[in-house]
Design a binder for this molecule. Sequence first.
Ligand SMILES: [Zn+2]
Length: 114
Amino acid sequence: MLRAVLPDTMIIAALDIIDREGVMKYKTSWGRHHYEVLGTTSTYTVFPHLGVASTAVSSYCTCPSFAYAVLISENHLMCKHVLAVCLADRWSRCVVRPIEDDDLLLKFAGHVSS
Ligand SMILES: [Zn+2]
């Protein structure tokens, strides 16, 4: 079913990320989850469920290919990082770590300023 909408290369890349334990799932004290994916050159923040029903894009990733392939050219529904998070979450293959509220704020602050 996945293959109908996603290219094989993206599925393989996502599985590779999961194999390398590259999907980080941070649990906050108030029960939210924050996902990060270790890419080859950088770490990307992934929001797998935006909960915005009015747009076709229901997830978001901070990597360049998401911006290009999903948001601008609309060639793909998601990038490999979003796919990796969705699959890893379903299969309980995320690397789960607790995170303090202050640390999470620092992470967001880092993304905003960089
Ligand atoms: Zn991505």
